[in-house]
Ligand binder design. Structure first.
Ligand SMILES: Cc1ncc(C[n+]2csc(CCOP(=O)(O)OP(=O)(O)O)c2C)c(N)n1
Ligand SMILES: [Mg+2]
Length: 335
């Protein structure tokens, strides 16, 4: 949006807009704190979701949260902090996993940062191996198809990963006649693999065209626009909950700090920043004042800095816990 053009009016009510904005700021500031932690040697590796907030917050806000088949299952990728924060996850957990301390609620200090796992909300452990989530999504999709009800399976991943077999398996398994699966299949298209440009590997014009080949309802959306994301996710979820069939969203969005710490984790100025664009619209429409938005950012910045200081002094996991949770419910060594 150019600063000269008249800002578009909102369709969402003010309360929802303010909630989305609050969570977007929270997610952004959290990721920026995780990057700082990595750079201060308070973590071994950073990967995360700055740039995906305009899509991930509206998604997290609309999840049917809970445990078991009547609730939604989430098979997420490593850029999903916004989804989980919007669902109500505590920021502290992300800092603890970043520092790999024993109190990390997702992996007991054993996994990379932003690899959440939350049993009480059906959040299946996030893996570093890309695309495996599209295979595990088939499993909960089948279970939910058999169970009935309103619960659905949600899977997200990146554009480059769609080259892998699990993605194709998900399209095949979710569209078998009379056994279609209630899965929201999401591809977050930031136009890059680690350093591989989208245009150099995709023969098709849109990733969503692959869904068409399977007669899956699909939509390409501007994932940098929180309002468009909100309504399109709402529409997709309503369809899946009712029809018990898959729906495909290709969400085009930004990667604001590069791939990960492996590529420097530095701000990329030429990418569209969804938060800046949203704040311009909020201000122009009189929903929030610049001062209020700055104060909110400052509040989260101070809050997460204090948390990081606390985490720095927390104990690392005890070596005896190395095999905990290797298998369901397992504690301690298995040999
Ligand atoms: C099975 C597997 N192959 C390769 C990798 C190495 N790898 C990590 S991230 C990545 C690129 C993923 O790009 P994309 O799917 O577009 O997701 P993005 O990181 O852009 O969100 C690759 C190739 C991996 N982690 N797992
Ligand atoms: Mg990508």
């Amino acid at each position: 949006m150019s600063t000269k053009s008249k800002p578009a009016k909102f369709r969402l009510d003010e309360k929802t807009l303010i909630k989305i904005h609050n969570n977007m700021v929270k997610a952004r500031v959290l990721e920026e704190r995780l990057i700082k932690m990595y750079k201060q040697n308070d973590g071994y590796f950073w990967i995360g979701g700055p740039g995906e907030e305009a899509f991930s917050i509206p998604l997290g806000m609309q999840v049917k949260k809970g445990e078991g088949l009547d609730h939604d299952y989430l098979h997420l990728h490593y850029r999903s902090s916004g989804i989980l924060l919007a669902m109500g996850a505590e920021p502290m957990g992300f800092l603890r996993q970043m520092k790999n301390v024993a109190a990390d609620p997702f992996s007991g200090g054993r996994n990379f940062g932003n690899h959440a796992s939350i049993k009480k909300w059906n959040v299946v452990p996030i893996t570093s191996t890309i695309e495996t989530q599209y295979a595990s999504a088939i499993g909960t999709g089948i279970a939910q198809k058999q169970h009935g009800g309103k619960g659905i399976t949600i899977v997200n991943g990146g554009d480059a990963g769609t080259a892998e077999g699990e993605f194709a398996s998900c399209l095949v398994w979710s569209t078998m006649p009379k056994r279609e699966l209630p899965i929201l299949i999401i591809v977050a298209n930031n136009r890059f693999g680690i350093s591989t440009p989208y245009a150099s590997v995709h023969g098709e014009a849109n990733i969503a065209d692959r869904a068409k080949a399977f007669q899956i309802e699909s939509k390409i959306i501007n994932g940098n626009d929180p309002e468009e994301s909100y309504f399109e996710i709402q529409k997709a979820m309503e369809y899946i909950r009712k029809e018990r069939k898959p729906y495909f969203i290709e969400s085009r969005l930004s990667r604001l700090y590069g791939h990960s710490s492996a590529s420097g984790a530095n701000f990329v100025p030429h990418e569209e920043d969804c938060l800046i664009e949203f704040e311009k619209r909020l201000e122009a429409n009189g929903v929030l004042k610049r001062k209020e938005m700055d104060a909110l950012r400052e509040e989260y910045t101070v809050q997460f800095l204090e948390m990081a200081k606390q985490v720095r002094n927390e104990p690392m996991p005890d070596p005896s816990t190395i095999y905990d949770h290797t298998y369901y419910g397992q504690k301690g060594k298995y040999f």
